[in-house]
Design a protein around this ligand. Sequence first.
Ligand SMILES: Cc1cc2nc3c(=O)[nH]c(=O)nc-3n(C[C@H](O)[C@H](O)[C@H](O)COP(=O)(O)OP(=O)(O)OC[C@H]3O[C@@H](n4cnc5c(N)ncnc54)[C@H](O)[C@@H]3O)c2cc1C
Length: 407
Amino acid sequence: MQEQARVVIIGSGICGSSIAYHLAKLGWKDIVMLEQGALISGTTSHAPGLVGQLRSNVSLVELLKESVKLYRTLEVEGEHGFFEVGSLRVASSKARMEEIERQHAHALRIGLATEIVTAREAQELFPLMDITGVEGALLLPSDGSARAPILAEAMRRAAEAEGVKVFSRVRVTGIEVVNGRVRSVTTSAGAIKTEIVVAATGIWSPRIGDLAGVSIPLQPMQHQVVWTEALPELSPDKPMANMRDPDNLVYFRQEGRSLVMGGYELDPRPFAVTAIPDNDNPTNQRFDSAHFDSLMQGACRRVPRLKDAPLSKRLNGIESFTPDGEFILGEAPEVGGFWVACGFCAHGVSGSGGVGKALAEWIVEGKPSLDLSSMDIRRFGGKQMDAEELRARTHEIYHDYYSKIGH
Ligand SMILES: Cc1cc2nc3c(=O)[nH]c(=O)nc-3n(C[C@H](O)[C@H](O)[C@H](O)COP(=O)(O)OP(=O)(O)OC[C@H]3O[C@@H](n4cnc5c(N)ncnc54)[C@H](O)[C@@H]3O)c2cc1C
């Protein structure tokens, strides 16, 4: 492995791949990407990949729009990584209907083409839906579904074609800091002198931060999803729109002939950073059916077909949550040259295309072209957050993810 690099990116997931891709596109050379396991073996390997663009934070919406614009163009040997199937946000209560009307107005104001549709119109786009109690839905036709590993691989291959060097099975074990600046990284395959390190390390980020003396307040959380066996009603040639039903706490997407379902239970379970296993599938934990039951009940209310649909796959994935629900991006205040891109709060597939572009601009030009202050790591002031407080705040973010009605 080389002994010197202009930039060392840690992590080969969708985020690290996007940063490498965008730095290379900006003409930077001498970039190394290091991955401790097999390539794309973190959370990106199993994300169901609903790609949504509508959020209240306008800068975040711009990042998400950038992702969609990029993802439309990506493929690996003819396999596409993004399918523009549209998304429905269903209102199963009057209060939620008011919320989606406000969201519709917000979307139009910031240039996202949404429509309010009736329950029947929503059902045409998602025929497995029982519309009892549905007041209406918000349709965003340019949302879609991703195959995150394909997107990550497409970006990594494009970066490699521009000269980025990628090493799998190489773990970063230390970061040397001299006079408050990064000097080198130590790895299982030797040291690399560098002035810029980018931690695109998902749930491992607090550990990488510790290596440099940087505090990254991020809490890994368990997040469960199931896949049905192939359902004869579903055709891959005419895929249903993605559907979110926040009043029932659940989301759905079609994948091939399968229906994928997950959601945000009210009693989320954190996962200790220290408990992340050192094996080939570290972000995939034992599925807990009892804990999933409340979501399954909500899902069956909206999609009764699920009651007798055999499941082909159950996943308990681990994803990062932050104390305020915003991403963690930028250069750490404690250590010059130590950059982070993590804390994606279950929309890292949706976000990474835009995040990679913004972070690359920020590194190269000294500032991003968007106002990213709400996501800037400096908002935490370089202070270590009390572990209990971090758990309490991330619990609230996860709990409220669907249940809270925004204004
Ligand atoms: C069940 C589930 C459902 C989800 N659904 C969606 C969804 O529908 N839509 C959406 O947008 N997002 C979704 N997400 C979130 C999304 O999957 C993640 O935000 C995203 O994949 C994170 O990508 P990443 O590249 O930051 O991290 P990862 O893919 O985890 O990559 C980090 C990499 O860093 C490597 N690494 C760590 N430490 C070291 C080290 N010391 N040395 C070298 N390498 C190291 C790891 O091995 C890993 O490969 C979901 C997540 C889960 C768990």
